[in-house]
Design a protein around this ligand. Structure first.
Ligand SMILES: Cc1cc2nc3c(=O)[nH]c(=O)nc-3n(C[C@H](O)[C@H](O)[C@H](O)COP(=O)(O)OP(=O)(O)OC[C@H]3O[C@@H](n4cnc5c(N)ncnc54)[C@H](O)[C@@H]3O)c2cc1C
Length: 427
């Protein structure tokens, strides 16, 4: 019995650790030659942190980030639109962390190698295709050294991200990722703590915004933190076509700061100088904000999609990586309940496909940030007292609805049994 996993990202590695925890042998195939700590900041919501803790990683996770304390929306005039506590300050039994994505991936990778052994992850080996057989699945592996072979297994998990080969075979007519006109410029800079010192702060409007959160504690000597930021513009329909060629050429390219910093020049507040922070970044990446239309199935016989391969979404709710971890845990629970076979995959799909497809569309519609759209509609973004624009109860209800949809409503999560009971095993 072996579960093959295509992709050694957060989804694939969380699935490998989960399978190992419950006694299911796995083998991960990762297309890059060497995993490296790439990427910038991401937030891990308490539902995902709970699962990482249940995987025995409670001591390691704090080392790759900072415990988040606040989530805030701020208008371009510098005034708060909305702010709420996060993580344990909001009553969760588990923290929320703002982490370095690459740091988290390497933490999971080290855990896989320590627990499963050095042969558990085959790097430089791409899953090109698969075929179901009467009693298993065969993955076609293409290695970077030019060799290729058929790898038999019981199941195949496509954890191979937004450009998943497994999904492309399952959905040959899906077309390219969808771009809604937004471009991100992303970087990290050293900066002095703002607000709570561990706040996710989004400044701006629906079409023009700056997101800021620290991913390290302040250095005791300098007082500075590593601060992750995303500067974002959504271009109007008639300007998009001119930018498509640029986007298609390279999906994650380094660009000079001068390309975009002028768009944020007026945003100098006494608590944060946005253009100065941007200018302190050593490297800036340009990235189109893309997702994919939901599909009607994630499972084809003995192959299933998890993580971004299943449901890549706009990062408006900060929950793509968190959901990738939860996917892995739900699959593990289905293996325990239904055995390591197609029935477990079908049950996994039955539980998650519909709510996650709705979440993809909800995040395309700005997710929790949609509150800013209400402010623009009602007062054009100009206000003295936000309570005259948005009733606090209205915003609280909106945020509660989002968290319920995204799987991290505080009362539901706190009351829920573990997805995988301690000590559970398929044997
Ligand atoms: C700007 C931005 C901000 C974000 N912020 C957050 C956040 O705050 N919180 C959050 O939870 N999420 C966030 N996300 C989303 C998060 O980064 C992704 O959801 C998450 O990384 C997906 O993990 P994955 O393992 O599914 O896919 P990936 O990370 O894409 O990993 C896929 C892996 O598969 C490998 N691979 C690809 N093809 C093959 C193949 N054919 N065979 C073998 N290997 C293959 C790749 O090399 C890669 O290692 C953000 C995303 C963006 C773009």
């Amino acid at each position: 019995m072996t579960v093959l996993i295509s992709g050694g990202g957060i989804a694939g590695l969380a699935a490998a650790l989960t399978c190992h925890q419950i006694g299911v042998p796995v083998k991960v195939f990762e297309s890059v030659r060497q995993l490296q700590p790439l990427g910038l900041g991401i937030n891990l919501q308490p539902n995902a942190v709970r699962e990482l803790f249940d995987l025995g990683l409670a001591d390691e996770v704090p080392g790759v980030g900072i415990e988040a304390r606040e989530w805030a929306l701020v208008a371009p005039n510098g005034r708060d639109v909305y702010a709420e506590p996060r993580g344990r300050l909001a009553g969760y039994r588990w923290p929320q962390y703002s982490v370095h994505r690459g740091g988290l991936q390497m933490l999971l990778y080290r855990a896989v190698l320590d627990r499963l052994g050095p042969d558990a992850v085959v790097t430089g080996a791409r899953v090109a295709s698969y075929r179901n057989t009467p009693d298993g699945v065969v993955a076609r592996i293409e290695a970077r050294d030019g060799t290729a072979w058929d790898e038999p297994g019981d199941l195949l998990l496509g954890a191979d991200g937004i450009r998943s080969a497994v999904r492309a075979q399952m959905h040959p007519d899906q077309g390219p990722p969808q771009w809604g006109g937004a471009i991100f410029w992303r970087g990290t800079s050293l900066g002095e703590p703002i607000r709570s010192g561990a706040s996710f702060t989004l400044i701006g409007t629906m079409d023009h915004r700056f997101i800021h959160y620290p991913i390290s504690e302040a250095d005791p000597d300098t007082g500075l933190q590593v601060q992750n930021w995303i500067a974002e513009i959504t271009y109007p329909e008639d300007e998009r076509a001119a930018r498509v060629a640029d986007i298609e050429a390279d999906w994650n390219q380094q660009v000079p700061i001068e390309k975009f910093v002028h768009l944020f020049e007026p945003w100098r507040f006494d608590w944060l100088d946005v253009p100065a922070l941007i200018r302190r970044a050593e490297v800036v990446y340009e990235y189109p904000c893309v997702d994919r239309d939901p599909v009607d199935r994630w499972v084809d016989g003995r192959a299933a999609l998890i993580g971004d391969a299943a449901h890549v979404m706009y990062p408006t709710g900060s929950n793509g990586a968190s959901q990738a971890i939860v996917d892995a845990r739900v699959l593990g629970a289905k293996f325990l309940a239904h055995g390591v076979g197609p029935e477990a995959l079908a049950e996994y799909q039955a539980q998650l496909l519909e709510p996650l497809s709705s979440l993809v569309l909800r995040n395309r519609g700005a997710g929790p940030i949609a509150i800013l759209g209400l402010v623009e509609e009602r007062c054009g973004g100009e206000f003295d007292d936000i309570d005259e624009v948005l009733a606090p109860a209205e915003v609280d209800a909106f945020m509660a609805g989002y968290k319920q949809a995204a799987g991290f409503a505080v009362d539901t999560l706190n009351a829920a049994d573990p997805i995988i009971a301690p000590g559970a095993s398929v044997t």
